[in-house]
Design a protein around this ligand. Structure first.
Ligand code: ADP
Ligand code: MG
Length: 702
């Protein structure tokens, strides 16, 4: 490889060093202040930045720019304009003004808005988010300057995922600062949310993918019998990479490094054909943008390598699904991680107060945290193989659980457990210091040493909601504590009381056991923890009185914005299940049923021929196949008709909530009923007559 990592890293990013080099010093300083929420962006500054950005982009070969935004579709959107302006003599100039940098006006009527706008009020604005760096995106046609933006309506209502995220980051920073001031910190000006997103994905061969209409239309298999070998041998997890995958990952890393994304860790995951990529954590907003670029690059590089990247939460029934671990912490502008316990958490009241706030927040608002990880695909993943259930609980680990127990039983903690040395029994191996706590992979929300890891989010989803909701709920509780403690006359004692009260009242949310077990489902019910199994059960909780109060109080979402998001949620769910149902109908009618019918005829013909040739021959095997296949075929045809009827009824329901719920209850059940006989047929019918690649082809043929 000729290019060095250090040479290519960030080459497509208008980053701090480029700005320092290309902007006049005072403009650079002012822009930095604006990025820290400490200054107003004027048109003069925007003009200077736009000009420098354009020169940089054009020197690299870009001809177009786009405002890059994240509408409620969950993916990104862009509209491209070229830099050209007419000049004299029929020539062109390359121009980019401050106005074009800071404001865009996409014709927004076709994006989901959940009733926030009538079609005739199509105006929507994109506004430059200077806290996430502009970058150049490469495709076969060249480079485009992409400007991360927020997307809002004419009235300023959020039509995207970024605006509420930015609001929530501000809210949690403001409240965390108040707490820090109470502990005597006069220096910190800003508290940032750090997020590291581990991304799981599957890779299949493109030639197999192209023969699966379900993968093409919906991203997941809607039919498919289990392969003879699944993940039972655990031989794929952390296994040696296949050559093709290794080359793919290398190119993927390079594409991400050019975009200034710190792609760091890569390995095979639990299921065959499943992999993971983890970048180093960054500010929540940038990490969220970067995760979108990671997903995008994964798909694009796969195509270049004759592969297909599947980001669906459950592409294959019966094997591990893909999620996205959202690692979250609060870090001051001085680099102090507020979620780090230090070696003696019992003597760290500031840490304990933040910990108490997080526990109280998660226990008070578990429904919306659950909602933040809801999409139709995740309904198949949560609670299934190797994924946390839909019940929210927090894993603290031995050390913190011990401290929490001391506080609850004695009012305060006097000691902390310490990590031991790891004894291997082999003198030539190094002595390793163990972590204070083992891991618990079954917990949806786990403390992992200096951060919390929210493991519920689906692989294809944006992490914007998860972080927005988490920031908001933690801000709310911190605000409550700050209100109370700012009035205190004996701070040291009152802090202890607040911690004691929070831990005592919210201890039910702590669970260190096996989250995958049936007993936990029962135990959680006994504790009164909600178990919202499906997305449709969770959507409406956003508009509960409790949630509306929370989001309005923190200035993150208005009631109108909430209602629009609820509507979009139901609508999205219904649309996706409808596409899945229609795809199943299509595949069953045009592929499976005719394919099996042809096979049945071949068997029937062969029975007749054998009988004619040799009347004494035993044809009982052929007859059994014929009988079984015909019976299953008839069942499939009946299930197909039922599904068609249910789907037609579902789409005729006007009320969005009712429609989504009908899809969940009725259409999904009929989809399962159609899948069952066809999956049974797959193991009976001769492979040459089976119309699509099998699970074994998809997962092992790389
Ligand atoms: P794991 O804990 O899953 O073994 P790592 O410790 O490498 O793996 O972290 C997983 C992810 O968490 C990475 O993206 C990493 O950058 C991120 N991470 C590490 N520390 C923090 C932190 N303080 N805040 C947020 N994310 C973090
Ligand atoms: Mg992890």
């Amino acid at each position: 490889m000729s290019e060095k990592l250090t040479d290519i890293f960030g080459m497509y990013v208008f980053n701090d060093s480029v700005m320092k080099e290309r902007l006049p010093r005072d403009t650079y300083m002012k822009l930095k202040e604006i990025m820290d929420n400490r200054g107003e962006l004027t048109i003069e500054i925007a003009n200077i930045v736009a000009d420098a950005m354009k020169d940089w982009a054009v020197e690299k070969g870009a001809t177009h720019y786009t405002h890059w935004f994240q509408p409620m579709t969950g993916i990104t959107a862009e509209k491209h304009d070229s830099f050209i302006e007419p000049a004299e003599d029929g020539k062109v100039l390359m121009e980019f003004s401050g106005k074009e940098l800071i404001k865009g006006e996409p014709d927004a009527s076709s994006f989901p808005n959940g009733g926030l706008r009538e079609t005739f009020e199509a105006r929507g604005y994109t506004a430059w988010d200077c806290t996430s760096p502009a970058f150049l995106r490469e495709n076969a046609a060249g480079l485009t300057l992409c400007i991360p933006t927020a997307f809002v309506s004419y009235k300023g209502e959020a039509l995207d995922k970024k605006t509420p995220l930015l609001r929530s980051m501000q809210a949690v920073s403001n409240q965390a600062l108040r707490i820090l001031r109470l502990f005597g910190d006069t220096e910190t000006k800003h508290v940032d949310v750090s997020v590291g997103v581990e991304q799981e994905y599957f890779i299949v061969d493109r030639k197999n993918y192209k023969r699966r209409e379900d993968l093409i239309m919906t991203g997941r298999t809607l039919f498919g019998a289990p392969a003879p070998k699944g993940q039972e041998l655990d031989d794929h997890y952390f296994g040696t990479l296949k050559e093709r995958i290794a080359v793919y990952m290398q190119d993927l890393n390079r594409a991400l490094w050019k975009l200034g994304i710190y792609a760091k860790t890569q390995h095979n995951e639990v299921a065959p054909a499943q992999h993971e990529l983890a970048p180093i954590y960054e500010s929540a907003n940038v990490a969220t943008d970067h995760n979108q670029l990671v997903m995008d690059a994964m798909k694009k590089e796969a195509k270049r390598h004759g592969l297909k990247c599947l980001l669906a939460e459950k592409p294959f029934k019966g094997v591990n699904g893909s999620g996205k671990h959202d690692n979250w912490s609060l870090v001051t502008d001085k680099g102090v991680n507020l979620i780090k316990p230090g070696s003696n958490p019992d003597k760290n009241p500031q840490f304990l107060l933040f910990l108490a706030a997080i526990l109280e927040a998660v226990d008070t608002y578990p429904e919306i945290l659950r909602l933040s990880a809801s999409n139709p695909g995740n309904d198949h993943r949560l609670g299934a193989q190797e994924a946390p259930p839909a019940i929210i609980s927090v894993f603290l680990g031995d050390q913190l659980e011990d401290v929490v127990e001391q506080i609850i039983s004695k009012g305060e903690a006097k000691s902390s457990l310490h990590a031991e040395k790891l004894l291997t029994g082999v003198s030539s191996l190094p002595t390793i210091n163990k972590d204070a706590t083992d891991r618990n992979r079954t917990s949806p929300f786990a403390f992992t040493g200096n951060k919390f890891e929210f493991r519920m989010v689906g692989a294809s989803a944006s992490v914007a909601e998860a972080n927005t909701y988490l920031n908001t709920m933690v801000a709310e509780i911190l605000q409550k504590y700050a209100d109370e403690l700012e009035k205190s006359e004996n701070f040291d004692e009152d802090v202890k009381k607040v911690i004691y009260r929070a831990l005592t009242e919210h201890q039910r949310i702590i669970f260190n056991g096996n989250g995958y077990s049936e007993e936990w489902v029962k135990e959680a019910e006994r504790r009164g923890l909600p178990n919202l199994r499906a997305m449709v059960d969770a959507i409406g909780t956003l508009a509960d009185e409790k949630s509306v109060k929370l989001f309005e109080h923190q200035g993150v979402l208005s009631e109108a914005e909430i209602r629009s998001r609820v509507e979009i949620g139901y609508e999205n769910y219904a649309k996706i299940i409808n596409i899945e149902a229609k795809t199943m109908i299509d595949m069953a009618s045009k592929l499976y049923i005719p394919g099996v019918a042809r096979y049945v005829k071949v068997i029937a013909d062969s029975i007749n021929s054998v009988r004619t040739a040799c009347p004494a021959a035993d044809v009982s095997a052929q007859e059994e196949i014929l009988l079984n296949c015909s019976t299953l075929l008839a069942r499939a045809q009946k299930a197909l008709d039922d599904l068609k009827t249910a789907d037609a009824k579902a789409i005729s329901i006007a009320d969005k909530e009712e429609c989504a719920k009908f899809f969940k209850e009725d259409v999904c059940a009929r989809m399962e009923a159609l899948r069952a006989p066809i999956d049974e047929l797959e193991v009976l019918v001769e492979k040459a007559y089976w119309p699509v690649p099998a699970y074994s082809d998809l997962m092992f043929d790389i």
